[in-house]
Design a protein around this ligand. Structure first.
Ligand SMILES: Cc1cc2nc3c(=O)[nH]c(=O)nc-3n(C[C@H](O)[C@H](O)[C@H](O)COP(=O)(O)O)c2cc1C
Length: 207
């Protein structure tokens, strides 16, 4: 059952995503679906996913990322209380929700201007490792930051970045129609729009 689903999803990705240059398939196979199964994620698998995030690079190796996880019904409903309704519609089925917060200061209490950038790298590592383990992640910026601060009892020097849903793929038929239509891996801008030579906007030959 799980194998068939993996095959279906790989086909779905192949239909929608074509890299211009050869890359590892994991980069294409990671995408952000909304159709979650309620199948739980065992702790070993979950810890492997956070372990990958742990090894992300960061400015001065400050590792400003922290993850606050909700697995129990009680914690999940606490988290759902600060996630915006448009996201709750689908993410409520995900067995795990995690809030990624970043430490905004260094050990001397001075601002770490790279905290958000580094937290983003940790999210990327996490998402790729999850994909490798057959778990789908979806980042959400759509939540009430102030309410999250209160509910999570977040110290002032930490900033909420995203909520992440994690789970196995479910049945898209369970989604409201508008979301079902969006349940396809997205594509990307061409390389020529994001890689420049010499100066901003400088066209790179043969790109
Ligand atoms: C910082 C961040 C915030 C996002 N916020 C939301 C959100 O609130 N709701 C949502 O449905 N998707 C959200 N997304 C998912 C993006 O829309 C998605 O990553 C993007 O369209 C690319 O698609 P892919 O992840 O399937 O490759 C967010 C992604 C990121 C990285």
């Amino acid at each position: 059952m799980t194998v068939r689903k993996t095959d279906e999803l790989t086909t779905k990705v192949a239909e929608h995503r074509t890299p211009t240059y050869e890359i590892e398939p994991i980069f294409l196979n990671r995408w952000s679906p909304r159709a979650y199964s309620e199948q739980p994620i065992d702790d070993e698998t979950l810890f492997r996913i956070f372990e990958a995030a742990r090894w992300a690079p960061s400015s001065y190796n400050l590792q400003p990322w922290r993850f606050i996880v909700a697995k129990s019904e009680e914690d999940r409903s606490k988290f759902l209380s600060f996630i915006f309704e448009g996201n709750v519609t689908w993410c409520k089925k995900a067995p795990v929700l995690a809030v990624l917060v970043s430490h905004t200061v260094n050990s001397n209490g001075e601002p770490n201007h790279k905290h958000a950038f580094d937290a983003g790298a940790a999210w990327g590592y996490l998402a790729l490792q999850a994909t490798q383990l057959g778990i789908y992640t979806h980042a959400m910026g759509g939540f009430d930051r102030e309410k999250a601060r209160e509910v999570l009892q977040l110290p002032a020097e930490y900033e909420p970045q995203i909520v992440i849903s994690l789970g196995y793929y479910g049945d898209p038929q369970d989604l409201p129609e508008a979301l079902r239509a969006r349940e396809v891996p997205s594509t990307r801008r061409p390389l020529s729009e994001i890689v420049f030579e010499g100066q901003f906007g400088g066209k790179m030959k043969s790109l």
